[in-house]
Design a protein around this ligand. Structure first.
Ligand SMILES: Nc1ncnc2c1ncn2[C@@H]1O[C@H](COP(=O)(O)OP(=O)(O)OP(=O)(O)O)[C@@H](O)[C@H]1O
Ligand SMILES: [Mg+2]
Length: 605
């Protein structure tokens, strides 16, 4: 992290957010100035009333003078209206702007977080931060800062005027203020921690709902609705308890704050009234005073509420900042800057890797893969096959040894460059809610012709199925369109990767959900496509693997066997066992089929 970034992190969140909105902050400052002027105009109105009472009405100065002052009062009211309009416009502009900026920033940041960050952070929680927390921040600018500024301006402006009118009464009118501030501060602390817990738990709850919806089929298939319901009820109940605790302080604060303010108001008006009767102040001053202490004291009780909202916003700021401060994946920096002439030679030298310190996943892997050759990986589930190929596009960085691409360490290439040159068909196919065509062309950032799309779709043996969809290539995938089978999804993801035309191709169990016939078809067309590229195939069927130039058998992160198909079936070991088992099963199937066929023929005779 650069020093600049570190400095940015250490700045108070409120300043960081303020800096984010750029020039719009002048609009915000403008809105606050308009607010101050409007309050000033209101107080000036009170002074006009004072003057009219003392010098026009009591002094019987005549109707004309009175009308003049009344006119001025009206003009002031209009000016106040305009100022209020401006400040309201300004603050909503700023708050929407900051919400947009933060949403953009968070989204942008989420695009570039490391794979391991996503491994450990729940999606629902991240969604909540980019929506609910951003909204809290928006309200901070739309309501809380203007609210606090309102209280402050009302206090300062009115208090200053009161001091000039009658300083003793002015001082008397604010005796209770320190008590209110103290109370609000105490309240602020309580709410801060309660809201942090509340929001954290809400994140959990969102994540729970999201996961439940993602896994709705599993829930139904195992008839676990009741268990899920009970589980959710518990989480929801906790949310209620936390919400209750949050609002408890609210109910406690209000009557107290209201009482103190009311007492202060009544006492001041009483003292002012006594002073007026004794002639210490004029009746006009008394009236102006009453309005002004009204404007000064009552907003004070809002202080607690504003501080409460501010403390909520602070929690949300912190939650958003946590994402923004997370280190991003470095996509571009590289010791080697070169154009895209990858030969495709890959070498693993004593490579080891772990996700979690102390739990090795790959252990001393060494293998060489010549440009254009085909490597196959076989191994029990959890043996580390996916982890091994995920190191190539640098989804994760290896923790020991060295991987070389064209004889240069992999870490010397930028992630961006590697991902451009390595095509990976992931084990779990994922398609977006877009059309089939958009899903296939997703891998390229340019216009793609229909011919190109069809060519790769044919190679992945999915073209014919797509043509049977209601709108062919324009059919939507997912909720708004067709639901695809596992095999269809896999084949579309293969087409997507083929379209990218990468130098290095990785097929991670990509035909597991495809029947043997279709797999043969894919294999045939892939053979041609694989000719010139380095290919890694992970599969469980020997039939899929046997043509590879070199086959590696993995067991608990170690290579336990290697060789060509012929070499490996000639030796004792895992490969031979799997081969024998699969051959026997196929043979039995064949026998059963021919027996059934013979029976059919017999019954027809
Ligand atoms: N993101 C991850 N974080 C932590 N551990 C992981 C992660 N992904 C995989 N593992 C662990 O690493 C080990 C190897 O997993 P991997 O997915 O590489 O196996 P595999 O050989 O591809 O299995 P399969 O044939 O089932 O696909 C497993 O023990 C697994 O629990
Ligand atoms: Mg795997």
């Amino acid at each position: 992290m650069s020093r600049k970034e570190q400095k940015e992190k250490n700045r108070p969140v409120i300043l960081r957010l303020f800096a984010m909105i750029g020039p719009t902050r002048f609009v915000f400052v403008g809105a606050l100035i308009a607010l101050a002027l409007s309050i000033g105009a209101e107080s000036a109105g009170n002074l006009i009333i004072r003057h009219v009472v003392d010098n026009v009405i009591i002094a019987k100065a005549g109707l004309k003078t009175f009308a003049l002052w009344a006119g001025l009062f009206m003009v002031m009211a209009m000016v106040r209206g305009i100022l209020n309009f401006l400040q309201s416009l300004g603050k909503s502009r700023t708050s929407e702007e900051i919400a947009r900026t933060i949403r953009d920033r968070v989204f942008d940041h989420l695009q570039r977080l490391s794979f391991s960050y996503h491994d450990t952070n729940k999606t629902g929680e991240l969604i909540q931060r980019s929506t609910s927390d951003v909204d809290t921040v928006r309200r901070f600018y739309a309501d809380q800062i203007p609210g606090l500024a309102n209280t402050l301006f009302l206090f300062l402006i009115n208090f200053a005027i009161l001091l000039t009118l009658e300083w003793r009464l002015a001082l008397f009118s604010v005796i209770a203020i320190p008590l209110i501030i103290l109370l609000s501060w105490f309240f602020f602390g309580k709410i801060f921690s309660a809201y942090d817990k509340f929001q954290d738990h809400e994140g959990n709850m969102t994540a729970r709902i999201q996961e439940n919806l993602n896994g709705i089929r599993v829930v139904r298939a195992f008839a676990r609705q009741d268990w899920e319901k009970e589980n959710f009820r518990r989480i929801n109940q906790k949310q209620l308890d936390l919400g209750y605790r949050l609002n408890f302080w609210d109910s406690f604060y209000w009557p107290f704050g209201h009482g103190v303010c009311g007492f202060q108001f009544a006492a001041t008006v009483f003292v002012g009234g006594v002073m007026a009767i004794r002639g210490t102040i004029s009746p006009g001053t008394f009236i102006a005073f009453s309005s002004m202490i009204n404007a000064l004291i009552w907003p004070m009780q809002e202080l607690g509420r504003s501080l409460k909202e501010v403390s909520k916003s602070y929690v949300s700021f912190a939650r958003i900042a946590e994402i923004l401060d997370e280190d991003q994946e470095d996509l571009t920096s590289a010791a080697l800057t070169r154009d895209s002439n990858v030969q495709g030679k890959l070498e693993f030298r004593d490579v080891s890797f772990h996700y979690v310190e102390g739990v090795p996943v790959l252990d001393n892997i060494s293998l060489v893969c010549e440009p254009g050759s085909k490597i196959a990986l076989l191994g029990a589930t959890g043996s580390g096959k996916t982890s091994l190929v995920n190191l190539l596009p640098r989804f994760y960085d290896y923790t020991g040894g060295e991987i070389l691409l064209d004889d240069k360490p992999l870490t010397h290439y930028s992630r961006h460059f590697l991902r451009q040159n390595i095509g990976i068909v992931e084990q779990e196919p994922f398609l977006f809610s877009m059309t089939v065509r958009e899903n296939i062309t997703y891998s390229l950032n340019r216009e793609v012709t229909q011919e190109e799309v069809e060519e790769v779709a044919r190679a992945a043996a999915i073209h014919d199925s797509i043509m049977k969809f209601p709108k062919g290539y324009d059919t939507m995938v997912g909720e708004k369109g067709v639901s695809l089978s596992g095999g269809q999804k896999q084949r579309i993801t293969i087409a997507r990767t083929l379209l990218k035309n990468p130098r290095i191709l990785i097929l991670d169990d990509s035909t597991s959900a495809v029947d043997a016939d279709t797999e043969d078809k894919i294999k045939e067309s892939l053979e041609k496509l694989m000719e010139k590229r380095t290919t890694f195939i992970i599969a469980h069927r020997i039939q899929t693997l046997k043509k590879a130039d070199r086959i590696f058998v993995l067991d608990e992160g170690r290579i336990v066997q290697e060789g060509s198909h012929e070499e490996l079936i000639g030796r004792e070991g895992f490969y031979r066992e799997v081969f024998d088992l699969q051959t026997r099963m196929e043979q039995e199937l064949q026998d059963e089929l021919s027996a059934a066929g013979a029976a059919k023929v017999l019954s027809h005779e």
